[in-house]
Design a protein around this ligand. Structure first.
Ligand SMILES: *Cc1c(COP(=O)(O)O)cnc(C)c1O
Length: 396
């Protein structure tokens, strides 16, 4: 074989540069199931790093439903939805999810990422404009790019700025106002009532990405639309099955004609193989558990209050969080990485979040409590935050 220069050699240099800047991501490896405590890299730690809000990812009813579906219906679906991969269990789950969201219809996507990107790209075109919160999720940004619509970014959680951006782009054929329901790095809740009012005033389509709000906010975890009593006023609701629901997949809920259009033009729906039956069965079991065990949601919120109050009284800056996501804002990336490493050594797993995920001067440790944490877990984690934070001079 002739000698050939590797045309991808430049990637080694790029990776080396990331490493030098402290920006190379090296994920820890989870051994065994996720949970309130879990084994990462061979060590059992208090797990403040998952999106498993309600503890459903390893719930016996979900595990059993998945196992039964795999035995009865197989490991895979065999095709994309539009050819031969629409199983009765997918249709049933969509019906259940529409009811959960108080919507006419719902459609399942391979992931929340695909739901956002595929939907924005399917409903808008180059003549349109997307008015998008500065801190919206990457999948919304990518969906905007795929649609080729103009993108106007408004200041974070600032409905008055969204109003201005809609006024400035009123020449567009159609306008879409889009926000995360709960912001994943700050844990704050979008000012949805104000945004809905602004969208209505401009005749814009209103879309909310409830990845971190589904199963967390609202009665029975129905999401931010329910939390604010805005039923019928948000045109497109995005949900994920990967976070509080505990499994994998994405969802769109809305009017029947929206869902029918996405069946025709939602590219990730059309061109990606449908979920294995075990996934759909486990999601359905998750909706059952949500209804049957309301104490999980209550516990999630009492844990949230206890942990947030503890961090605040230790003297940490927790920003504007109002949900189970609580950042501990430290500012400097290198110090934050060290904080995360020492917390792990003290038995607490909470990741450092640095640029480009957040602004350069706002590096933070991100914590997420779940319903399955008990008081001892939270108190032990708070003690570690206090000790490590003091030893690094971050708090007194
Ligand atoms: C996690 C997340 C997604 C993607 O959901 P997946 O199901 O994990 O692909 C979309 N939007 C937001 C705001 C998220 O946090």
């Amino acid at each position: 074989m002739p000698d050939r220069t590797d045309p991808l050699a430049y990637l080694e240099e790029e990776i080396g540069a990331l490493d030098r800047d402290g920006l190379l991501v090296r994920p820890r490896s989870l051994e065994g199931p996720t949970g309130a405590r879990a084994v990462f890299d061979g060590r059992e730690v208090i797990n403040l790093a998952s999106n498993n809000y309600l503890g459903l990812a390893n719930h016996p009813r979900l595990n059993e439903a998945a196992a039964r579906a795999a035995t009865d219906l197989g490991a895979g679906s065999g095709a994309v939805r539009t050819i031969a991969g629409t199983m009765a269990i997918h249709v049933e789950l969509e019906r259940r999810f529409a009811a959960f969201k108080h919507a006419e219809a719902a459609l399942m996507f391979p992931s929340g990422f695909a739901a956002n990107a595929g939907t924005v790209a399917a409903v808008l075109g180059p003549e349109d404009v997307i008015v998008s919160d500065r801190l919206n999720h990457a999948s919304i940004i990518d969906g905007g790019r795929l649609s080729k619509a103009r993108i106007a970014v408004f200041d974070h959680a600032d409905a008055a700025d969204a109003d201005r951006k809609l006024a400035e782009t009123a020449d567009a054929r159609r306008q879409l106002l889009i926000t995360d329901g709960v912001f994943s790095m700050d844990g704050d809740i979008a000012p949805l009532p104000d945004l809905v009012e602004v969208a209505e005033r401009h005749g814009a389509i209103m879309m909310v990405d409830d990845a971190h709000a589904s199963g967390v906010l609202g009665a029975g975890g129905a999401g931010s639309v329910d939390h604010f009593g805005l039923h019928g006023r948000v045109d497109i609701q995005v949900g994920t099955l990967s976070k509080a629901i505990g499994v994998l997949g994405g969802f769109i809920a809305g009017r029947a004609h929206l869902v029918e259009w996405l069946r025709q033009r939602g590219r990730p729906y059309l061109f990606s193989t449908s979920a294995p039956p075990a996934v759909a069965a486990a999601c359905m079991a998750a909706l059952d558990v949500l209804a049957d065990e309301p104490e999980r949601l209550a516990r999630l919120w009492s844990n949230t209050e206890r942990f947030k109050a503890g961090l605040t009284s230790l003297g940490f800056d927790t920003g504007s969080s109002a949900t189970p996501i609580t950042p501990v804002i430290t500012g400097d990336a290198v110090a934050t990485q060290r904080f995360a490493r020492e917390l792990f050594d003290a038995g607490v797993f909470a990741p450092a979040i640095v640029f480009p995920t957040v602004a350069r001067d706002s590096a933070r440790i991100r914590t997420i409590v779940i319903a399955d944490h008990d008081d001892a877990d939270l108190d032990e984690a708070l003690a570690a935050f206090g000790t490590v934070g003091a030893s690094l001079g971050l708090v007194g």
